[in-house]
Design a protein around this ligand. Sequence first.
Ligand SMILES: Nc1nc2c(ncn2[C@@H]2O[C@H](COP(=O)(O)OP(=O)(O)O)[C@@H](O)[C@H]2O)c(=O)[nH]1
Ligand SMILES: [Mg+2]
Length: 157
Amino acid sequence: MKIGIIGLPQTGKTTLFGALTRGTTQVSQSKTNLAAVGVADADLEYLADVFKPKKTTPASVEFADVPGIPSGQENASRRNELLKDVKNVDALVEVFDAFTQAPSTVGLTDQIESFDLDLALVDLEIVEHRLERMKKEKMTPPLERERDLLSSSHSCL
Ligand SMILES: Nc1nc2c(ncn2[C@@H]2O[C@H](COP(=O)(O)OP(=O)(O)O)[C@@H](O)[C@H]2O)c(=O)[nH]1
Ligand SMILES: [Mg+2]
């Protein structure tokens, strides 16, 4: 499983990444940090003990810590650039700074809403672009299904 850690700059993403990967990786603040962590599993250890295989490979979770994603329309291209590194993850973890301000403040709620709105706009652009391109393609049943799915995503976004 691959998990992307995203958020505004200076919110604690790299700190979280360091904690999750137990500080095993040299971290950068300007590039996406990647590390995989083996998942401890007592059942796997027991089975390895019984069967003594040549090799035991635990399940692993891969984390991608993306540099801070700036807010605002003027930063749209930088945002697209940074989000490329998390396009293929299974889940996104959004990190917000609740340590320099009280978590109950309106500011934090606003930050979360506007960050999610920025993400939705990125998705909308991708969907519109693909739908536009599909108009030029010869329709086949799989393409029709894709178009239907994208159309419903479009209205949802
Ligand atoms: N007080 C406090 N400081 C934190 C916490 N998480 C991160 N920081 C500090 O906030 C700053 C930015 O953290 P960093 O992980 O580099 O943020 P990033 O830009 O999102 O990767 C650093 O000085 C961290 O030590 C937290 O939970 N509490
Ligand atoms: Mg960072």
